[in-house]
Design a binder for this molecule. Structure first.
Ligand SMILES: CCCCC/C=C/C(=O)SCCNC(=O)CCNC(=O)[C@H](O)C(C)(C)COP(=O)(O)OP(=O)(O)OC[C@H]1O[C@@H](n2cnc3c(N)ncnc32)[C@H](O)[C@@H]1OP(=O)(O)O
Ligand SMILES: NC(=O)C1=CN([C@@H]2O[C@H](COP(=O)(O)OP(=O)(O)OC[C@H]3O[C@@H](n4cnc5c(N)ncnc54)[C@H](OP(=O)(O)O)[C@@H]3O)[C@@H](O)[C@H]2O)C=CC1
Length: 294
């Protein structure tokens, strides 16, 4: 055995068919990568799914992937940094699909860079999308659910470096740490209203949609990433779909305020003896086309 077993293939059901039948699930950033995989798993289980993000080309990708599994889909233009635009998008989702039962805060921005090189606008872009965007969308969701007397579930996508920090991720890690903390505060505040709030922290899930510095484009690159994980492999996006749907399902009715780590043991591998330390500028050299910000 050279690691943990591989998961069942994409399309294998974990929860009973129809677990989310009649429900509307909104996924921010649901048109690409992991958000798309999560959106598809909800769709497979009977939900109508709304993709909320900025770019029309991502809307089209998300809607196509959801419709392929036979579910109702819609895409709605929104920048999660803008609370008024979020309110408008929720109005549009309600008109097209119905009130939102489950919100997945998955949208994120990120680019690996040494902390002192991150410009103020770069810092704000990442932290505004990740932390402020999660707060704005969650509170809009909760106000509407409470006004309608509806229960609901919020799922916040974090990252394992929320707890550890890490080189090249000062902005993203700080924002994700805020998201984990916010998950706990909102879970306590909203439990009396029947709204559960949980988190899901992925480890390494490379895919074609992340920017070049964050993915592995060759079999060798992928194998080298896999060797860094105790499980001996990187994650498959559909595994996140299973975890996400479980956390938002009635089978997790007593589970709130928790952030589940899905990373093949990667964040726990640290010991007193480690491979040679690599300074941040060697881990993340600027790409050849990098803008000179000096
Ligand atoms: C397998 C490994 C996985 C690793 C873990 C992954 C975790 C993730 O979170 S993956 C998610 C990654 N996905 C994305 O980032 C997609 C969306 N990204 C974006 O939209 C942009 O990258 C954004 C975050 C910068 C936001 O875009 P926008 O608001 O349109 O911002 P601007 O383009 O106007 O830029 C604002 C500011 O940020 C600077 N900047 C942008 N990109 C970079 C970069 N690659 N490196 C350095 N700085 C960057 C940009 O220059 C602007 O600053 P100023 O120049 O000072 O104006
Ligand atoms: N891939 C990985 O290994 C890891 C990913 N994660 C987390 O998983 C989640 C998904 O990431 P992943 O799929 O990999 O990355 P992607 O880059 O594929 O997805 C990011 C999504 O966020 C959307 N988005 C970005 N900015 C905004 C904005 N201002 N308003 C609305 N939507 C926005 C984008 O859509 P659009 O451009 O259309 O707006 C895009 O669909 C993120 O929260 C990420 O931090 C965490 C750890 C590891």
């Amino acid at each position: 055995m050279s690691g943990l077993p591989v998961p069942p293939p994409l399309g294998t059901a974990m929860l009973p068919a129809g677990t989310f039948a009649g429900q509307v699930v909104a996924v921010t950033g649901g048109g690409t990568g992991l958000g798309k995989a999560i959106a598809v798993e909800f769709a497979r289980l009977g939900a109508a799914v709304a993709v909320l993000s900025r770019k029309p080309e991502h809307h089209a990708k998300g809607v196509a992937a959801i419709e392929v599994v036979g579910a109702k889909a819609g895409a709605f233009a929104v920048d999660v940094r803008d609370p008024e635009a979020i309110a408008v998008a929720f109005d549009e989702v309600e008109a097209a699909l119905g009130p939102v039962d489950v919100l997945v805060n998955n949208a994120a921005g990120n680019f690996p860079q040494p902390a002192e090189d991150i410009s103020p606008r770069g810092w704000r872009a990442v932290t505004d999308i990740v932390l402020d965007g999660t707060f704005f969308a969650s509170t809009e969701f909760a106000r509407r659910a409470r006004a309608g007397g509806r229960p609901g579930a919020v799922l916040n996508i974090a990252a394992t470096y929320a707890w550890t920090g890490g080189p090249g991720t000062a902005h993203s890690a700080a924002a994700k740490a805020g998201v984990v903390n916010l998950t706990q505060s909102l879970a306590v505040e909203w439990a009396p209203d029947g709204i559960r709030v949980n988190g899901l922290a992925p480890g390494l899930f490379p895919h074609e949609d992340v920017p070049p510095q964050m993915r592995a484009d060759t079999p060798e690159g992928l194998a080298s990433l896999a060797r860094t994980v105790p499980a001996g492999r990187v994650g498959s996006p559909h595994e996140l779909g299973w975890a996400a749907t479980f956390l938002c399902s009635p089978y997790a009715a007593y589970l709130t305020g928790h952030t589940l780590v899905l990373d093949g043991g990667n964040w726990l591998r640290r010991g007193l003896r480690m491979p040679d330390f690599l300074p941040v500028r060697e881990q993340f050299p600027p790409p050849p086309d990098a803008k000179d910000r000096s």
